[in-house]
Design a protein around this ligand. Sequence first.
Ligand SMILES: Nc1nc2c(c(=O)[nH]1)N[C@H]1C(S)=C(S)[C@@H](COP(=O)(O)O)O[C@H]1N2
Ligand SMILES: [Mo]
Length: 336
Amino acid sequence: MIINKLADIRTSEITPEHIYLARRDFMRGTIASGLLGAATLSSSNVFADSSYSAAENANKGPEWLNQKIAQAKADQQKLTESLTPYDSVTGHNNFYEFGYDKTDPAKKSQNFKPHPWQVEITGAVGKPGKYNLEDLLKGIDLEERVYRLRCVEAWSMVIPWVGFSLASLLKRFEPDSKAQYVSFVTLKDAKQFPEQKSVLSTIDWPYREGLRIDEAMHPLTILAVGLYGKTLPNQNGAPLRLVVPWKYGFKSIKSIVKIELSEHQPQTTWNQIAPAEYGFYANVNPTVDHPRWTQARERRLPSGLFSPNIIPTQMFNGYAEQVASLYKDQDLKKYY
Ligand SMILES: Nc1nc2c(c(=O)[nH]1)N[C@H]1C(S)=C(S)[C@@H](COP(=O)(O)O)O[C@H]1N2
Ligand SMILES: [Mo]
Protein backbone atom coordinates (compact mmCIF):
# COMPACT_ATOMS: atom_id res chain seq x y z
CA MET A 1 0.00 0.00 0.00
CA ILE A 2 1.29 3.45 -0.93
CA ILE A 3 0.67 4.88 2.53
CA ASN A 4 2.82 2.26 4.24
CA LYS A 5 5.59 2.65 1.72
CA LEU A 6 5.67 6.41 2.26
CA ALA A 7 5.82 5.90 6.01
CA ASP A 8 9.26 4.42 5.57
CA ILE A 9 10.72 7.40 3.74
CA ARG A 10 12.86 9.35 6.18
CA THR A 11 12.70 13.11 6.45
CA SER A 12 16.36 13.38 5.51
CA GLU A 13 15.86 11.60 2.20
CA ILE A 14 13.39 14.08 0.74
CA THR A 15 13.01 17.83 0.68
CA PRO A 16 9.27 18.03 0.24
CA GLU A 17 8.78 21.77 0.05
CA HIS A 18 11.57 22.07 -2.43
CA ILE A 19 10.12 19.33 -4.59
CA TYR A 20 6.69 20.78 -4.18
CA LEU A 21 7.70 24.27 -5.29
CA ALA A 22 9.74 23.00 -8.21
CA ARG A 23 6.79 20.88 -9.25
CA ARG A 24 4.48 23.84 -8.99
CA ASP A 25 6.68 25.97 -11.20
CA PHE A 26 6.68 23.16 -13.69
CA MET A 27 2.87 23.07 -13.51
CA ARG A 28 2.61 26.78 -14.19
CA GLY A 29 4.61 26.32 -17.35
CA THR A 30 2.38 23.47 -18.40
CA ILE A 31 -0.82 25.41 -17.84
CA ALA A 32 0.57 28.33 -19.81
CA SER A 33 1.44 26.21 -22.79
CA GLY A 34 -1.87 24.37 -22.68
CA LEU A 35 -0.32 20.96 -22.22
CA LEU A 36 -2.10 20.05 -19.01
CA GLY A 37 -3.21 16.43 -19.16
CA ALA A 38 -2.71 13.28 -17.17
CA ALA A 39 -0.55 11.58 -19.79
CA THR A 40 1.80 14.54 -20.15
CA LEU A 41 2.12 14.87 -16.41
CA SER A 42 2.94 11.31 -15.61
CA SER A 43 5.47 11.00 -18.40
CA SER A 44 7.22 14.21 -17.39
CA ASN A 45 7.03 13.56 -13.68
CA VAL A 46 10.68 13.67 -12.70
CA PHE A 47 9.77 13.71 -9.01
CA ALA A 48 9.46 10.35 -7.35
CA ASP A 49 7.10 11.30 -4.51
CA SER A 50 3.79 9.72 -5.46
CA SER A 51 1.81 12.15 -3.29
CA TYR A 52 2.48 14.89 -5.81
CA SER A 53 1.28 12.85 -8.73
CA ALA A 54 -1.78 11.90 -6.68
CA ALA A 55 -2.52 15.62 -6.38
CA GLU A 56 -2.51 15.93 -10.17
CA ASN A 57 -5.60 13.74 -10.26
CA ALA A 58 -7.47 15.95 -7.80
CA ASN A 59 -10.88 17.32 -8.75
CA LYS A 60 -10.46 20.56 -10.58
CA GLY A 61 -12.27 23.66 -9.45
CA PRO A 62 -13.51 26.46 -11.72
CA GLU A 63 -10.94 28.08 -14.00
CA TRP A 64 -10.82 31.40 -12.07
CA LEU A 65 -9.87 29.53 -8.90
CA ASN A 66 -7.34 27.24 -10.59
CA GLN A 67 -5.62 30.30 -11.98
CA LYS A 68 -5.52 32.06 -8.64
CA ILE A 69 -4.13 28.96 -6.94
CA ALA A 70 -1.46 28.56 -9.62
CA GLN A 71 -0.29 32.10 -8.80
CA ALA A 72 -0.09 31.55 -5.04
CA LYS A 73 3.04 32.90 -3.40
CA ALA A 74 5.34 30.29 -1.85
CA ASP A 75 5.56 29.92 1.93
CA GLN A 76 8.48 31.83 3.42
CA GLN A 77 8.68 29.90 6.69
CA LYS A 78 10.29 26.54 6.39
CA LEU A 79 8.88 23.70 8.46
CA THR A 80 11.49 21.01 8.97
CA GLU A 81 8.95 18.18 9.15
CA SER A 82 7.95 16.17 6.07
CA LEU A 83 4.66 16.93 4.43
CA THR A 84 1.97 14.32 5.06
CA PRO A 85 1.37 12.52 1.76
CA TYR A 86 -1.58 13.67 -0.31
CA ASP A 87 -3.29 10.29 0.08
CA SER A 88 -3.38 10.64 3.87
CA VAL A 89 -4.39 14.31 3.81
CA THR A 90 -7.35 13.48 1.56
CA GLY A 91 -8.13 9.95 2.74
CA HIS A 92 -8.15 10.31 6.54
CA ASN A 93 -10.59 13.07 7.48
CA ASN A 94 -13.02 14.33 10.04
CA PHE A 95 -16.07 15.81 8.35
CA TYR A 96 -18.99 14.43 10.29
CA GLU A 97 -21.56 15.75 7.84
CA PHE A 98 -20.41 12.85 5.63
CA GLY A 99 -20.13 10.20 8.34
CA TYR A 100 -18.04 9.25 11.37
CA ASP A 101 -15.49 6.91 9.86
CA LYS A 102 -12.18 8.48 8.81
CA THR A 103 -12.70 7.25 5.25
CA ASP A 104 -16.36 8.40 4.99
CA PRO A 105 -15.59 11.98 3.89
CA ALA A 106 -13.46 10.84 0.94
CA LYS A 107 -16.02 8.18 -0.06
CA LYS A 108 -19.23 10.12 0.44
CA SER A 109 -18.31 13.66 -0.63
CA GLN A 110 -17.74 13.02 -4.30
CA ASN A 111 -21.07 14.48 -5.41
CA PHE A 112 -20.85 17.50 -3.14
CA LYS A 113 -21.14 20.79 -5.08
CA PRO A 114 -18.72 23.47 -3.84
CA HIS A 115 -19.36 25.74 -6.84
CA PRO A 116 -21.14 28.08 -7.18
CA TRP A 117 -20.82 29.10 -3.51
CA GLN A 118 -21.91 32.10 -1.47
CA VAL A 119 -20.62 33.43 1.83
CA GLU A 120 -22.47 35.88 4.06
CA ILE A 121 -20.52 38.29 6.27
CA THR A 122 -22.69 39.86 8.91
CA GLY A 123 -23.01 41.25 12.43
CA ALA A 124 -20.78 43.97 13.87
CA VAL A 125 -19.39 45.21 10.56
CA GLY A 126 -19.84 48.44 8.65
CA LYS A 127 -20.36 46.66 5.34
CA PRO A 128 -22.30 43.41 5.71
CA GLY A 129 -23.14 41.40 2.62
CA LYS A 130 -23.50 38.11 0.82
CA TYR A 131 -21.00 37.39 -1.90
CA ASN A 132 -20.22 34.84 -4.56
CA LEU A 133 -16.94 33.19 -3.63
CA GLU A 134 -15.33 34.59 -6.75
CA ASP A 135 -16.24 38.16 -5.77
CA LEU A 136 -15.18 37.57 -2.19
CA LEU A 137 -11.70 36.59 -3.38
CA LYS A 138 -11.34 39.47 -5.85
CA GLY A 139 -8.22 41.47 -5.02
CA ILE A 140 -7.00 38.84 -2.56
CA ASP A 141 -3.66 37.20 -3.32
CA LEU A 142 -3.30 33.59 -2.31
CA GLU A 143 -0.31 32.14 -0.53
CA GLU A 144 0.93 28.73 0.38
CA ARG A 145 1.10 27.94 4.12
CA VAL A 146 2.64 24.72 5.33
CA TYR A 147 1.07 24.05 8.73
CA ARG A 148 0.82 21.29 11.28
CA LEU A 149 -2.77 20.15 11.93
CA ARG A 150 -3.25 18.53 15.34
CA CYS A 151 -6.58 16.79 15.94
CA VAL A 152 -7.86 16.61 19.52
CA GLU A 153 -7.94 12.81 18.96
CA ALA A 154 -4.10 12.89 19.06
CA TRP A 155 -3.20 12.38 15.41
CA SER A 156 -1.56 15.03 13.28
CA MET A 157 -0.48 15.93 9.77
CA VAL A 158 1.62 18.54 7.96
CA ILE A 159 -0.41 20.10 5.16
CA PRO A 160 0.57 22.59 2.46
CA TRP A 161 -2.54 24.77 2.37
CA VAL A 162 -3.28 27.47 -0.19
CA GLY A 163 -5.19 30.37 1.27
CA PHE A 164 -5.14 33.91 2.60
CA SER A 165 -5.18 35.61 5.97
CA LEU A 166 -8.61 35.89 7.54
CA ALA A 167 -7.64 39.37 8.77
CA SER A 168 -7.24 40.65 5.21
CA LEU A 169 -10.81 39.57 4.47
CA LEU A 170 -12.42 40.78 7.71
CA LYS A 171 -10.88 44.26 7.44
CA ARG A 172 -12.65 44.84 4.13
CA PHE A 173 -15.99 44.54 5.94
CA GLU A 174 -14.97 47.13 8.53
CA PRO A 175 -15.51 45.44 11.91
CA ASP A 176 -16.79 47.93 14.52
CA SER A 177 -16.00 48.25 18.24
CA LYS A 178 -18.60 45.58 19.12
CA ALA A 179 -16.69 42.99 17.08
CA GLN A 180 -15.11 40.98 19.91
CA TYR A 181 -15.65 37.49 18.44
CA VAL A 182 -16.00 35.91 15.01
CA SER A 183 -18.22 32.90 14.38
CA PHE A 184 -18.33 30.59 11.39
CA VAL A 185 -21.10 28.34 10.11
CA THR A 186 -20.87 25.36 7.74
CA LEU A 187 -23.47 24.81 5.01
CA LYS A 188 -26.68 23.13 6.13
CA ASP A 189 -28.01 20.95 3.32
CA ALA A 190 -29.25 17.48 4.15
CA LYS A 191 -29.45 16.66 0.44
CA GLN A 192 -25.68 16.94 0.21
CA PHE A 193 -24.62 15.95 3.73
CA PRO A 194 -26.05 12.51 4.57
CA GLU A 195 -25.46 12.83 8.35
CA GLN A 196 -27.52 16.01 8.56
CA LYS A 197 -30.66 13.99 7.99
CA SER A 198 -29.75 11.28 10.47
CA VAL A 199 -32.10 11.23 13.47
CA LEU A 200 -29.37 9.61 15.57
CA SER A 201 -26.91 12.45 15.12
CA THR A 202 -25.55 14.01 18.33
CA ILE A 203 -24.60 17.17 16.45
CA ASP A 204 -27.05 20.04 16.23
CA TRP A 205 -26.38 21.02 12.60
CA PRO A 206 -25.01 23.17 11.08
CA TYR A 207 -21.46 22.80 12.47
CA ARG A 208 -20.32 26.05 14.10
CA GLU A 209 -17.04 27.41 15.31
CA GLY A 210 -15.68 30.67 16.68
CA LEU A 211 -12.61 32.69 17.59
CA ARG A 212 -11.85 35.72 19.69
CA ILE A 213 -11.21 38.74 17.44
CA ASP A 214 -7.46 38.85 18.20
CA GLU A 215 -7.18 35.16 17.29
CA ALA A 216 -9.14 35.75 14.09
CA MET A 217 -6.90 38.69 13.17
CA HIS A 218 -3.67 36.83 13.93
CA PRO A 219 -1.48 36.48 10.82
CA LEU A 220 -1.30 32.67 11.19
CA THR A 221 -5.10 32.33 10.89
CA ILE A 222 -6.10 31.63 7.31
CA LEU A 223 -9.02 30.68 5.14
CA ALA A 224 -7.91 27.92 2.78
CA VAL A 225 -9.20 27.28 -0.75
CA GLY A 226 -6.60 24.68 -1.73
CA LEU A 227 -3.97 22.19 -0.67
CA TYR A 228 -0.99 20.68 -2.45
CA GLY A 229 -1.31 23.40 -5.09
CA LYS A 230 -4.83 22.25 -6.08
CA THR A 231 -8.35 23.30 -5.16
CA LEU A 232 -9.52 21.94 -1.81
CA PRO A 233 -10.94 18.42 -2.15
CA ASN A 234 -14.56 18.17 -0.94
CA GLN A 235 -13.52 16.02 2.03
CA ASN A 236 -11.15 18.76 3.22
CA GLY A 237 -13.86 21.42 3.33
CA ALA A 238 -14.32 22.79 -0.18
CA PRO A 239 -14.57 25.45 -1.29
CA LEU A 240 -13.54 27.51 1.78
CA ARG A 241 -12.43 26.40 5.26
CA LEU A 242 -10.77 27.91 8.27
CA VAL A 243 -7.27 26.85 9.37
CA VAL A 244 -6.03 27.85 12.85
CA PRO A 245 -2.78 25.92 13.24
CA TRP A 246 -2.19 26.36 16.99
CA LYS A 247 -5.65 25.02 17.92
CA TYR A 248 -7.10 21.52 17.84
CA GLY A 249 -8.41 20.58 14.40
CA PHE A 250 -12.08 20.86 15.30
CA LYS A 251 -11.73 24.67 15.34
CA SER A 252 -10.80 24.59 11.64
CA ILE A 253 -14.36 24.54 10.32
CA LYS A 254 -15.08 23.40 6.77
CA SER A 255 -17.31 24.52 3.88
CA ILE A 256 -18.13 27.92 5.41
CA VAL A 257 -21.26 29.81 4.33
CA LYS A 258 -21.47 32.43 7.05
CA ILE A 259 -19.05 34.59 9.06
CA GLU A 260 -20.51 36.72 11.82
CA LEU A 261 -18.82 39.28 14.05
CA SER A 262 -20.33 39.62 17.49
CA GLU A 263 -19.94 41.13 20.92
CA HIS A 264 -20.35 37.88 22.86
CA GLN A 265 -18.63 34.52 22.69
CA PRO A 266 -20.57 32.36 20.22
CA GLN A 267 -21.84 28.81 20.76
CA THR A 268 -19.56 26.29 19.08
CA THR A 269 -20.38 22.72 18.11
CA TRP A 270 -18.03 20.55 20.20
CA ASN A 271 -18.07 22.86 23.18
CA GLN A 272 -21.85 22.61 23.18
CA ILE A 273 -21.84 18.79 22.93
CA ALA A 274 -19.23 18.16 25.66
CA PRO A 275 -18.00 21.33 27.39
CA ALA A 276 -15.84 19.39 29.88
CA GLU A 277 -13.92 17.79 27.02
CA TYR A 278 -13.75 20.47 24.33
CA GLY A 279 -13.14 24.05 25.32
CA PHE A 280 -13.93 27.16 23.34
CA TYR A 281 -10.21 27.99 23.11
CA ALA A 282 -8.98 24.48 22.25
CA ASN A 283 -5.36 25.57 22.07
CA VAL A 284 -3.04 22.62 21.50
CA ASN A 285 -1.52 22.04 24.95
CA PRO A 286 0.49 18.95 25.93
CA THR A 287 0.10 19.83 29.63
CA VAL A 288 -3.71 19.83 29.65
CA ASP A 289 -5.01 16.33 29.02
CA HIS A 290 -8.33 15.43 27.53
CA PRO A 291 -10.39 13.79 30.33
CA ARG A 292 -10.13 10.44 28.52
CA TRP A 293 -6.59 10.49 27.06
CA THR A 294 -3.24 12.24 27.19
CA GLN A 295 -2.49 15.21 24.95
CA ALA A 296 1.27 14.96 25.53
CA ARG A 297 1.84 12.86 22.40
CA GLU A 298 0.43 12.48 18.93
CA ARG A 299 0.47 10.06 16.02
CA ARG A 300 1.95 11.83 13.01
CA LEU A 301 0.31 10.43 9.87
CA PRO A 302 0.95 8.29 7.99
CA SER A 303 1.15 5.91 10.91
CA GLY A 304 0.80 2.15 10.87
CA LEU A 305 0.88 -0.77 13.24
CA PHE A 306 4.61 -1.30 12.78
CA SER A 307 5.61 2.35 12.47
CA PRO A 308 3.15 4.23 14.68
CA ASN A 309 5.24 7.41 14.38
CA ILE A 310 4.46 8.79 17.84
CA ILE A 311 5.96 12.23 18.51
CA PRO A 312 5.68 14.66 21.42
CA THR A 313 2.99 17.32 21.11
CA GLN A 314 4.32 20.87 21.21
CA MET A 315 2.82 23.78 23.12
CA PHE A 316 0.46 25.68 20.80
CA ASN A 317 1.30 22.98 18.24
CA GLY A 318 4.76 24.50 17.76
CA TYR A 319 3.50 28.06 17.24
CA ALA A 320 4.11 29.34 20.79
CA GLU A 321 6.56 31.98 19.67
CA GLN A 322 3.91 33.57 17.47
CA VAL A 323 0.77 33.12 19.61
CA ALA A 324 1.62 32.69 23.32
CA SER A 325 1.27 36.46 23.88
CA LEU A 326 -2.45 36.24 23.00
CA TYR A 327 -2.97 34.27 26.23
CA LYS A 328 -0.44 35.83 28.57
CA ASP A 329 -3.03 36.77 31.22
CA GLN A 330 -5.08 33.61 30.85
CA ASP A 331 -5.06 30.42 32.90
CA LEU A 332 -4.79 27.81 30.14
CA LYS A 333 -5.97 25.01 32.46
CA LYS A 334 -9.20 26.90 33.04
CA TYR A 335 -9.62 28.25 29.52
CA TYR A 336 -8.73 25.01 27.70
N1 LIG B 1 -17.99 21.36 9.13
C1 LIG B 1 -17.07 20.61 9.74
N2 LIG B 1 -15.82 21.10 9.90
C2 LIG B 1 -14.87 20.34 10.52
C3 LIG B 1 -15.19 19.06 11.03
C4 LIG B 1 -16.53 18.57 10.84
O1 LIG B 1 -16.88 17.44 11.24
N3 LIG B 1 -17.41 19.37 10.18
N4 LIG B 1 -14.23 18.32 11.69
C5 LIG B 1 -13.12 19.08 12.31
C6 LIG B 1 -12.07 18.23 12.83
S1 LIG B 1 -12.41 17.37 14.24
C7 LIG B 1 -10.82 18.18 12.27
S2 LIG B 1 -9.55 17.32 13.00
C8 LIG B 1 -10.53 18.85 10.97
C9 LIG B 1 -10.01 17.83 9.99
O2 LIG B 1 -9.60 18.45 8.80
P1 LIG B 1 -9.08 17.55 7.59
O3 LIG B 1 -10.08 16.47 7.36
O4 LIG B 1 -8.94 18.46 6.43
O5 LIG B 1 -7.76 16.98 8.03
O6 LIG B 1 -11.69 19.46 10.41
C10 LIG B 1 -12.54 20.11 11.35
N5 LIG B 1 -13.60 20.84 10.65
MO1 LIG C 1 -10.36 16.75 15.08
